[in-house]
Design a protein around this ligand. Structure first.
Ligand code: FES
Length: 144
């Protein structure tokens, strides 16, 4: 038995989906609507990093069904909640159908978006370097 019956992942941290729609507003609306339906104990809504489907966003995926939704906007959230999370029916007009794996299509984004992606990757590398340094410091602290 899993901890939740359904798990919704919204690509808010990937470098492209945030330029296809207001992913934070989608996340906030999804959480609010799940709560409004009394589903907080059954449905978990999480921010997600890139889902490797860039260019079709904002992307939303619902597990355990592995139902992928593309081009989701804030005004689509209620349909996903009402029809899918409550009614167990796929919202067919938003359904993303693509071959398994990486379906990135990013050539159409302007240079500013690609520059954002590069900067975001650099920040991630800096964060990881800081995490590794912290781990080393903790290990030295435990040995002392
Ligand atoms: S940025 Fe959202 S799927 Fe890659």
């Amino acid at each position: 038995m899993s901890q939740y019956k359904k798990h919704v992942f919204i690509c808010t941290q990937g470098p492209y989906c945030g330029f296809d729609g207001d992913t934070e507003a989608i996340f906030e609306r999804m959480k609010r609507q799940v709560g409004a339906h009394g589903l907080n104990e059954e449905v978990r809504v999480n921010r997600a990093g890139c889902l490797n489907q860039c260019g079709h966003g904002p992307m939303v995926v619902v597990y355990p069904e592995a139902t992928w939704y593309a081009h989701v906007q804030v005004e689509d959230v209620d349909a996903i909640v009402n029809e899918h999370l409550v009614g167990d029916q796929v919202v067919t007009r938003l359904l993303f159908t693509a071959p398994p794996g990486n379906n990135k299509q990013v050539a159409h984004y302007p240079a500013e978006v690609h520059a954002f992606k590069d900067a975001a990757e650099k920040l991630q590398q800096e964060r990881e370097a800081l995490r590794q340094a912290t781990l080393r410091a903790l290990a030295q602290h435990r040995e002392a």
